[in-house]
Design a protein around this ligand. Structure first.
Ligand code: NAD
Length: 546
């Protein structure tokens, strides 16, 4: 037995060498992987724990780079038939998967809850999102990927019919974090599958079990084609995925995103990166303080603050600060936290990653040392499980980590600002730009939202831009490159092929072809000048020029 990281990274999970005794190390057998024959040949496994009580619930194979290469080769072999099924044919399969998900939602929520420590309500939110994504892209793939017929802008190209067709990348790699184990894996795989790609998913080492179960169901219960596989492991497994696939969709932290992009540069593999955030929430003078407070409480504390678009900092203008803070304190103080058994008895669950819990503690400690005041919460909870109390901090400023670095935990720092100009300036004073929220009179709040530097802004709500599949979601600045959702959410999984088709090919040659001659060159030059010049006078002058 050995404990530590396969990559020389900071220890994240416990790794075990092949047990000499059958039966694995946990209460379940080592999870079999739908990655196919030969998965987990090294015999190394990592433990998956329940963060709400610390118990080991499973051990999962660590796939070697050679196994990842084999997985991708098998997907590559299956992909052409999947593409040939056409959009309707693929939607039929995805629709059967959707029906399975709807029928088995409670079982999947059980697995999700156990591996992530989420409360039941948060675990139950993921499945409807997947079903919606299947319907969204299933019903719109034909429109979003429709062949485009383009009219040539230049008269000299009118002899050609121009078309743009979308052709899927054969194999897409989806590498994901632990905070939404299904939405950020299967959810981002769905548009790729709808486009005709095959997909290898590399889930987080903290939360691979629900993904494994859904992909098992695709193969065994739905009987779907072998176009989705899971590669399980740590960072080295993720790197191997980057090396093998044709397109990488990565969701995770900024430091890992940089590594992924650098690695992908080696093979010139395109990437989209959905990275961290430090989302601001602005409360304007004319906001309803109670709605803003309830929104901030949910935006900052849903899923224990482990949402990329969590409310990570609040700026309340002078006029509204006191009533807003009073309502927020009242709301947060009443929240219940713990292992949510029986379900729906708690509002906040555990922190899924112990390393993240340490970051939250460090940010709160740093803020307090620099003069912040804890209004409620402020510390790790005693007893079993990895819980951090729902926390409100005031008297904060931008010298503190809590206002400048991603905390990714259940902490809401609230800063009093003079007016909206100061709020906008501070909101934009960040290396991140994922999303934001503004509370106030509708048009006023919208005008403020338009001044913010980020990929999305919710007006009088929080977090919901993630669920608006119709519009892109992506980060500015260090929050990422590219977007998910909207038409580009499926187009990005395709390469464009431009077809330039000669309308009349009855002649033996074309003016641009050999042989060259002085006369031909002069005629072509004159035509080029005439076409590109503007205005009658300009055209005549261009024609006469030599
Ligand atoms: P992480 O970057 O540590 O890990 C993400 C994934 O990358 C994991 O599966 C991990 O095993 C894998 N990985 C690690 N090293 C790798 C390497 N060298 N090459 C390839 N893959 C590698 O992130 P995390 O701690 O799991 O997740 C939290 C982060 O995710 C937060 O920063 C959060 O903001 C971000 N996030 C962003 C979004 C978004 O849509 N923008 C959504 C959710 C979470």
């Amino acid at each position: 037995m050995a404990s530590g990281s396969a990559d020389g990274e900071r220890d994240r999970v416990t790794i075990r060498k092949p047990p000499r005794t059958p039966g694995g190390t946990g209460s379940r057998q080592a999870a079999s992987s739908p990655a196919g024959d030969g998965a987990g040949q090294s015999g190394d496994t990592f433990e998956v724990r329940n963060p709400a009580d610390g118990s080991v619930i499973s051990s999962v194979p660590i796939h070697t780079p050679a196994e990842v290469a084999d997985t991708v080769a098998r997907l590559r072999a299956e992909q052409p038939a999947w593409e040939a099924l056409g959009r309707q044919g693929r939607y039929r399969w995805l629709g059967r998967w959707r029906d399975w998900m709807i029928a088995n939602g409670e079982n999947i929520a059980d697995v999700l809850q156990e591996e992530s420590g989420k409360v039941r309500n948060d675990a139950a939110l993921e499945m409807p999102g997947l079903a919606d994504a299947i319907n969204f892209y299933g019903e719109r793939a034909a429109r979003f990927l429709a062949e485009e017929r383009v009219v040539a802008h230049s008269p000299l190209m009118k002899t050609k019919a121009l078309k743009v067709v979308y052709r899927p990348f054969p194999v897409v790699g989806v590498i994901a974090p632990w905070n939404f184990p299904l939405l950020l894996t299967i959810g981002d795989a769905i548009p790729a599958l709808a486009a005709g790609c095959a997909v290898v998913i590399k889930p987080s080492e903290f939360t691979p079990l629900s993904v494994l179960e859904l992909v098992r169901a695709w193969r065994e219960d739905v009987g779907g084609p072998d176009v989705i596989r899971v590669a399980t492991g740590l960072g080295r497994c993720g790197s191997a995925v980057v090396d093998e696939v044709d397109y990488v969709h990565f969701t995770g932290s900024v430091p890992t995103g940089r590594k992924v992009m650098a690695r992908a540069a080696e093979t010139l593999t395109p990437v989209s990166l959905e990275l961290g955030g430090k989302d601001p929430l602005i409360v304007l003078d004319d906001a309803d303080p109670e709605r803003a407070a309830n929104g901030a409480a949910w935006g900052g504390l849903a899923n224990s603050g482990q949402v990329c678009i969590s409310t990570e900092r609040v700026y309340a203008t002078d006029a509204v600060y006191e009533p807003f803070l009073a309502k927020l304190t009242e709301r947060v103080s009443r929240l219940r936290q713990g292992a949510d058994q029986p379900p729906y008895t708690q509002d906040l669950g555990a922190m899924t990653s112990p390393a993240q819990l340490e970051i939250v503690e460090e940010h709160v400690r740093d803020a307090v040392e620099r003069g912040a005041r804890v209004v409620t919460g402020g510390k790790r909870r005693d007893g079993a499980g990895d819980f951090f109390e729902p926390t409100i901090l005031v008297d904060v400023d931008h010298s503190m980590k809590i206002m400048s670095e991603e905390t990714f935990g259940p902490v809401i720092p609230v800063m009093r600002v003079r007016d909206e100009d100061e709020a906008v300036r501070l909101a934009n004073d960040s290396r991140y730009g994922l999303s934001a929220a503004v509370f106030g009179e509708r048009e006023h709040a919208e005008s403020v939202a338009r001044r913010l530097e980020g990929g999305a802004a919710n007006v009088n709500d929080v977090l919901v831009n993630y669920l608006a599949f119709d519009v892109p979601m992506g980060g500015w600045k260090e929050s990422g490159i590219g977007t998910r959702w909207g038409p580009d959410g499926i187009r990005k999984y395709c390469r464009t092929e431009s077809l330039v088709i000669t309308r009349f090919a009855g002649t033996k040659s074309e003016p641009l072809w050999f042989p060259y001659s002085r006369l031909k060159s002069r005629v072509l030059g004159a035509v080029g000048r005439f076409v590109n010049a503007r205005g009658l006078r300009g055209r005549l002058a261009a024609l006469l020029r030599r």
